[in-house]
Design a protein around this ligand. Sequence first.
Ligand SMILES: CC(=O)SCCNC(=O)CCNC(=O)[C@H](O)C(C)(C)COP(=O)(O)OP(=O)(O)OC[C@H]1O[C@@H](n2cnc3c(N)ncnc32)[C@H](O)[C@@H]1OP(=O)(O)O
Ligand SMILES: CC(=O)C(=O)O
Length: 542
Amino acid sequence: MGEPDLRKQAEASSVDDDFHVFDTTLRDGAQREGINLTVADKLTIARYLDDFGVGFIEGGWPGANPRDTEFFARAQQEITFEHAQLVAFGATRRPHSKASEDLQVKALLDSGAPVITLVAKSHDRHVELALRTTLDENLAMIADTVSYLRGQGRRVFVDCEHFFDGYRANPAYAKAVVRTTVEAGADVVILCDTNGGMLPPQVQAIVATVLADTGARLGIHAQDDTGCAVANTLAAVDAGATHVQCTANGYGERVGNANLFPVVAALELKYAKKVLPEGALAEMTRISHAIAEVVNVTASTHQPYVGVSAFAHKAGLHASAIKIDPDLYQHIDPQQVGNTMRMLVSDMAGRASIELKGKELGIDLGDDRELVGRVVRRVKERELAGYTYEAADASFELLLREETEGRARRYFRIESWRAIVEDRPDGTHANETTVKLWAKGERIVATADGNGPINALDRALRVGLESFYPELAKLELVDYKVRILEGEHSTESTTRVLISTSDSTGEWSTVGVADNIIAASWQALDDAYTYGLLRAGVEPAE
Ligand SMILES: CC(=O)SCCNC(=O)CCNC(=O)[C@H](O)C(C)(C)COP(=O)(O)OP(=O)(O)OC[C@H]1O[C@@H](n2cnc3c(N)ncnc32)[C@H](O)[C@@H]1OP(=O)(O)O
Ligand SMILES: CC(=O)C(=O)O
């Protein structure tokens, strides 16, 4: 690789240098148990983060493993960063050596990254026990490594590991580390709550004192072991920190790091601090979910701002106020972060919940109080019997349409079905289902095998119906969940089945409840197919 033109890279960046949003998803985020990113994954995430507009993307530790080394080489060839600068992470040189001869420091330079974050010890106990060197030698390691990298034209940030614990144990030494770092030429000194044990008032007090005593530009890196990483990050900003280190969706070592999304949302919306490019905040939900897909961790539905439940309202009283003004039960307009408000229908719903849900679904309920009251009563009765509509939007929509249109949508009618499950002497199973049904005035008898009785039922329905409704060929069952509801005896209890179905354009969920798992599945399938045909714009046959 040729020598990078570092000055040009720094100038090309549109980063507002007064406040840094520094992302470490690809370094600390990758330290989360269960995350194992390929180079291609890292490149994809780097593109998302750059689109989102963070100022710095810490890509990993070049030299520590071949994957991170390759990432830096490829990122600079394959990505044209619009907003972010690429940052390489590594440690200060080894004790009693020279930074200029340290292979690990060389790998940082070889990465070509214009910015380097060094991790340095700032807790006296760690210097003596983990580094096994003297307090003075640790200061020399920091000074030598920072000034060497500065001399090579790199911008240097220093992560002071265990700073807060170190400060409480020996404030004079912790501050000496900060001073040494700044004197050697580092731009930002990041105070790290490495063990994640701090609480916001402690962080605020220590950051304020260190700022007053050293005048250094300070940043914050907070682990989430007390569940306070976001609050600790904001407390540090309150005390004067101007550089926040975060990870997408809070991924990170142990329980994780300060979550980038609530931190930047708070800075933009609550602190009125412009830290992202114009329009980026409205992309936040999409980017959070896209990154979750790449790391292969199911996105948390309850994540602040970006979770699918972040603006989902279940309580009837909330809905009745939201009907007048959504601000009454929402701290922001969900559109500001690219999310949407949703009404959940359940036995906690009141009339307002149904009216708002009707609006969301585009179904006009007029001002018909009688109709809405009937729907509320029906939902509550059905939920008592075991149905759950908050998880089965499509079944609720069919119920609502039945009440508003005065009759159920019917594309087909089942006369009867029979499922046979055979356990054979050789240990294999046979599953065969026969359905007798009516569609468009014709009686159909269809039989199919499947790898289980529900699969056989699904296939028999398709065999019977696809010549009447070719649209069914596009439908795919994507999820199937069974829950046994409370009963006197476990195997005699009521069974609830939730089925998720998709076509090429969307996904919907339906519910069935019965004392028999196949009967419950049948109800959920009936709704799934009926809703699929409704979505496809097919006119009901009866
Ligand atoms: C708080 C954080 O999350 S910091 C980020 C931590 N991330 C990682 O550790 C992931 C990548 N790490 C690795 O791949 C490996 O640990 C490597 C390549 C960095 C080092 O591997 P090894 O050389 O085999 O050493 P090992 O991991 O056993 O120990 C780390 C060494 O670094 C030293 N060290 C720790 N912190 C520092 C520091 N700030 N400055 C200099 N040396 C340090 C330790 O004293 C230890 O030295 P030793 O080899 O003389 O015992
Ligand atoms: C640097 C870092 O990841 C920490 O101190 O937690």
